[in-house]
Write a protein that binds this ligand. Sequence first.
Ligand SMILES: [Zn+2]
Length: 674
Amino acid sequence: MSRSVVLLPAILVASGLSLAASAQSIATNSPVPLSTRVTGYAIDAHIDTGKKSLDATETLTYKNLTGQPLTSVPFHLYLNAFRPQSSFTSETHFTGGIRDNEKDNDYPKEKLGSIDISSISADGFGDLKSAMHFTAPDDGNMQDHTVAEVALPHPLAPGETITFHLTFHDQFPLSIARNGWKRDFIMGGQWYPKPGVFWHGAWNCHQYHSTTEFFSDFGIFDVKLTVPQRYVIGASGVPTGEKANADGTKTLSFHGEDIGDFAWAASPHFTFTDGIYNSSMGPVKVHVLALASHPAAGPRYLDVITKALGEFDRRYGPYPYKIATVIDPEPGSEIGGMEYPTLFTGGTSLYEPTYGTELTAEHEFGHQYWYGMVATNEFEDAWLDEGINSYTEVNVMSSLYGRNTSVINRPYGNVGDYELQRLEYVTSADFDPVTRWAFKFRNSGSYAGVTYGKTATLLGTLEGIIGRDTMDEAMHVYFMKFRFTHPTTEDFLRTIEAVAVARGRATILPPDDPALKQPVSYADVPAVNSNLRTYFNQAVYGTNVLDYAVDSVSSDPVMWWLPESKGKKTQYLSTVYLHRKGDFILPVTVEITFDDGTKLSDHWDGVDRWTKLSYTRNARVVSAEIDPDHTVLLDKDFFNNSYTTKTNTTAASKLMMIWTSAQQLIAQVVSWIV
Ligand SMILES: [Zn+2]
C-alpha cells in the first residue's frame, strides 16, 4: 500500500500541532497522571553490541500503597529463563522450544541468557545484597533464578517509598521468546530487575514460564541507552535527547509515563517512516522503524497502525500516549509479534497471507489496550489480554479489510479473521477452560487454541446472544472503567452483564437461581445475577463442547394408507430430529424449509440430548438448519448443522476442500502472533 493512503485528511494533522499539548506531559496527551504510579525507574544502560550484553545502573522507587507494612520485595529476573536449569527451558520439553528436539541434549551456547545483579541497596535500608535470595514460588525449582526476593531489614511502612539502587549485567541470548539478538539486531525485552505486583493482599511474582507473559505496576521510566553511533534505537516512551560521546558511542534518552514496562530495539539498519494520528486526546506520532531491507514494510505498518488507532479510539476509547513505536524485526528471528508499552514488534514472512503484516501489527497494537492500559495479570488471566485482544482484532480487521477477507483475500479463496480464530479453537483439545493460569495449560497447543481462539470465538458468539451494539458498549465501558488498573475475570464478566441488563439484553435472576451456582469457587466475588451466567459457566469457566446437529428430516402423508392422488392436496407429517452432541447447552434457532417454498423459524432450548420437531402441513419439509444466521461460532462442527432431503454432496465436499487447504496457511499465521 502506498503511503498516500495513510494520509487521511480527516484524522491527520501537521505534526507541529503536537506542540500545543506538550505543556501537559512529555509522554501523554493527558494533563493529569493517568495511573497510580507505584514505580519510578531511572536506568542508565551501556549496550555492548558485539558481546550482545549490557551493563546498567537502576534507581527504582517503589511506593508502598498496599495498606500494610512490607517486609520483602520480590524481583523478576526474566533473562535467567534462558539457561538449561530454568523452569522455562524445562517446560519447552513439552511446549516446543529449546528442548523440543529430544535428540539434542545440549543447550545451545548462543541461546544462553542471564541477568546478574552485582549490587543492590536502598536508602535507609543499607546494602541488601546479602538479603537477596532466589525463590521459586510456582514450582520450587531453586535453580530457576527468574525470581529473587529481597528481605528488608526493617518493614517499609504503608504509604512510604523505598528507593533501591542496583547495578546489573545482561547477557542477551540468540533470539528466543521474542528476546535477544539476531545478526546485529538486539531486542531488549524484560531486561531489567522489576518488582512483582502486590495484588489481592499478597505479592504476585511468578517465575518465567514457557507459555507466560508478564505483569507489572504502572510508573514512570527515564532510561538512557548508550550504543555505537551507527546504531538506531526504538524504545518505549518518547525520545528526549541524544548525545554523542567521545568514545564513538552515543547516549539516547527516553521518558515514559503511566506505563508498566520498558523495552527497546537496536539495529544499524533501521529506517524511519513516521506519521501523525490526531486522536480524541491529541496527536499521536506513529513511529515505524523498519529494516532497510524491507522498503515496503514501513508504509504498510504506518497505514495499518494509523487506521487501528482510529478504530480503537472510536470503539473502545482514546490512546493517550504521544507515540506508538513499531519495530520491524530482523527476519528469521524469534522477535516478531510482541507487545510492550507504546512499542511493539511486527512480523513479515515470505509465506504470509494477504494481510499477514497488517494482522500481526494490529494484534500487537491492540495489546496497548489489552495489557498495556487494561493491565491484567498475564500469568493468571491470559485470556483477558490475548483473548480479548484476539476478539477486538477480529472486529478491527473486519472493519478495515472485510469480515470474510481480513486474513486471505485471493482469487482462489478468502478467509476472515473470525474463521482463523475459530480454527484455532476447533483444532485445540478441550482440556482447559480459558481461565486456566497460563503455565498450567496441558500444553502450548491448548494454551494457544483456548486463550486466543476460543476466547475470540466465545465473545463472537456472545455478540449473537446480546447483540453487537451491546457487546461494543460493554467493551468500551470495560476499557474506560478498568484502564490503568489490574482487573480480573469477574470484573470483565460483570461489566458485560451490567451493560447487557441495562440494555435489556439480559435478565436479572434471583440469588437462588441454579444458574448462579458457579462451577469454580471464587469466594471473594460478590454474587452476580444475570442469566448470562449459564453461558459464562460453560464458555468461560467450563470446557464443555458445543455441537448441535440435525440428525434427520422426514415427511410422510398423514393418511399414509390412502394413495397420494395427483392434483389433490396431501397433508404430511414432517419430523426433524435435532441432536445436542456436546455437553454445552445453548438455546438455538432452527430454520425449517418446506417444498412449497415456505420457511419457518423454530427454537430449541437444547436442555435434553435430542428433540423432535413435528409439522403437519400440506407440504413436506425439505431442509432444516440450526443457527441459520451463523452466530453460534462456538459450534465445533458447522457441517452437521443442516440437513436437506436432496443432499448436495458436491457443495459440501467443495466447502471441505477449501477449508482444509486454508488450514495450513492459517496455521502459519497462528504460529507467529503472540
Ligand atoms: Zn498477543
